[in-house]
Design a protein around this ligand. Sequence first.
Ligand code: DUC
Ligand code: ZN
Ligand code: ZN
Length: 478
Amino acid sequence: MATTLITGGTVVSATGRSAADVLIDGETIAAVLQPGSELLGTDVAASVDRVIDATGKYVIPGGIDAHTHMELPFGGTAAIDTFETGTRAAAWGGTTSIIDFAVQRYGERVQDGLAAWHAKAAGNCAIDYGFHQIIGGVDEDALAAMPGLIDEGITSFKLFMAYPGVFYSDDAQVLRAMQVSRETGLLTMMHAENGPVIDVLAAQLVAEGKTDPYFHGIARAWQMEEEATHRAIMIANLTGAPLYVVHVSAKQAVEQLAAARDKGQNVFGETCPQYLYLSLEEQLGATSDEWGRFEGAKWVCSTPLRSRAEGHQDHMWQALRTNDLQMVSTDHCPFCMKDQKELGLGDFRAIPNGIGSIEHRMDLMYQGVVTGKITLERWVELTSTTPARMFGLYGRKGVIQPGADGDVVIYDPNGHTSIGLGKTHHMNMDHSAWEGFEIDGHVDTVLSRGKVIVDGGEYLGAKGDGRFLKRGLSQYLT
Ligand code: DUC
Ligand code: ZN
Ligand code: ZN
């Protein structure tokens, strides 16, 4: 297979940066070399098949988006990105691995849910992919099946304290599943919002005629995220299960996680770009000729956007810097306005929940470097290295070192990216939740296991390039 040398760049890891050349042999990183090194007495550049000049650019491990929902049936429709379109968009944005969520519901076998997700993804992905398992119906069969997931390379599962009647688990079910988590090393991922209370609040708002998308965020009050986060932490504490709380958006939920971590509990939190940049106030003000005040539906997701005046966004950035939060994923769950979001015209409860961001995560997080909120190294750590360590991929993914997969992004700090002005993105939606965002920085070249799949504005990959990732246990287990 071909050898590739990436020369002249600054290789950035979670722990530092240095001028270095990266030699990739076939699919694997063979060496990280002093610039201009010789191998066996010959100039490396003269003996490889391809040289990529990364002068003036950052050379980083490919992004890992550990929270995506391709083709998820949800809210009376299904997420509009297929594994093909969504992973291709990911590649454009410098993400070279995803971890999506296979789904099991009440009355369904866990094994069947997993097999269905394998069938959707196999042969279709542009980049490597793994799965977490949603356990949407915690019953005796599901509990018995969970330990077997580890042999399948599925080492984490998600529970929902929200969405009664859909994916919801009550506290007793959460307890039972966390006991399995403690016994097996499966990592418990939690959607922490008090669904039963939220559903009553939402019904009351609609009864008062408050039906606009903005009221989605009012119904999903931060108190009910804080409360559920605390409850999840306490049940995890009781059982000894490791806990990873997904899509944290309320500063009070972060405070719960930080307090538990300070006491030594093995809990972690992820946030998403939408909770760093977008706010309830903007959603309230959103209006367009086409959709009027329903325009705000493009930002309906759960957990919801939070009030900027209350300081949630600032607190998320701070928590990323101080490690009270450890990761940034997208919760990529895209729906078009036409035929999908518009299901909720006149009743925000019927708007399918989700935002599409998979293409923009690396860029949006790089803005945190530009504005001084996080360091370059922390950018790599939050978007690649910690996801690899958290979800059993480290060594293969999340780092540029000999033996790792040749998943490498060449990022130009002097480049520029205009997001979503017209159809400038590659996701399957008919709009962008990020319309108007201007990024100082640009994903120039993307390699997936040694193959150049994006280069200079051209897509060179193919459907089926991506392989299933059998994951090991989290490195963060105690
Ligand atoms: N939140 C979303 O916004 N979409 C999918 C599921 C979820 O929990
Ligand atoms: Zn969720
Ligand atoms: Zn999700």
